[in-house]
Write a protein of this length. Sequence first.
Length: 479
Amino acid sequence: MNQGSFHEQSDNYQDYDLNLEKKREITDFTSTKSRFLMLFLGCCLCLGTYYVHDNPAPLNLELIDELDINSVKYNMFYSVYSFPNIFLPLLGGFLIDSFGVRSLVLISSSFSMLGQLIFAIGVQIRSYPLSLVGRAVYGLGGDNLELAQNIILIEWFTGKELSMAIGINTSICFFGAVLNENLEPILVKYTSVPFTIWIGFIACLFSLICSCFVTKLDRKQDPYRNASQIFSSADSEKFKLSDVKTLPLCYWMLLLNCLMVESIVMCFSNITSGYLQVRFNFDPVSAGNIMSIVFIVCTIASPLVGMIIDKIGKRILMLIISSFMFMIIQIAFALTPDQNKPILPMIFLGLNGLAYSTYITVFWTCIPFIVEEKVIGTAYGGCYSCVNLGFFVIPMLIGYIQENTSSMHGYLWVNVLLIVLGFIGILTAFVVYRIDINAGRILDSEKPTETQQQILTKRGSQDSSDIELVHLANPSNTS
């Protein structure tokens, strides 16, 4: 080694020691109580959008009368929201993996507020086309904001706290849906449909304010992130579009499963108010209260489910059970005869809420354990895009069925459609279960990280791409 090289290497070591000392002096806010402030703000980030997303649902029949539209046009309120989100979450995930999450938070929350403003104006002047445009603009931000919210929670919470954070976030977001379904029927009874929609605009404005605080707090973590890059292989782990090819078969099967299950829950939720009023003679306020049972149960059960899964594992088994419950519930609705205000729909919706709280908590905590960290934004974006493909197609199909069939007021074949989706969901969950068994029961384990590391050690390889499911986002995480 020549003298110049020696001095250069010596300078590098001095720089390394200096940077190490600087890193020790920099605060890691994810290890302080600030992370709980981020959890609170992050949860509030989507509170407004969850309230607004189902704005039309409790006002099902009222909106149809107010705007003088049919069932197909009503369901278009959901389809125009979902259509842009077939593509936008993929773009959002790519932007997160490439440039970070903060700009997406601000842009998405702004679109959500603007879209709800246009929707409210459209309903106010009884313009169906303008209100439809409002829902489409709202769709430009809705799911990307939720995607950004999930990524922020993943960045700020590691280990066992990640499941806790996702569970609490799910509860607070569903509280927005519960508030919508219970408050809107009361508001429309004593005020008007337009006034009720304007409340949604205020909720979106609240989310926009929260997004400003989230980005400000997240910026404080930048010095630590920058210092950490010196001691990692971050340069070799930057996202490339070709990295999408590394997503494993398990991910794609979970994607199909999510498409089926989410379509059952959300597309049925879109029509539940009218379903309860037409088939079981509930008034609009009672129907809104009853349909909120699903999200009330989710609000209570999601954190509890997260803690149970942390203790026992069995993630894919829980997906199978919840998928089976969704199918059985739709069969039960189809077999229940039309009658006056029965109690059975309340029981069915309560079970639906229990199944959904189990499903959504388990599904979203599976993703970080089956994809690499550098593609996690794209992987989550793919999930949202796939789900919205279902949300775009299924509501229009449901509207067509309602308009062109008469059995049980057009609802029988809607139930049959959702039963078929549930059956496909069960099949895909079994495929994922089989893949997990062959890979060493990583998702089945209560400590998937340790299980993965044991498999890697046993096979004598640190290349996780050789193992179907061994694509862990962060080796330090435990769940």
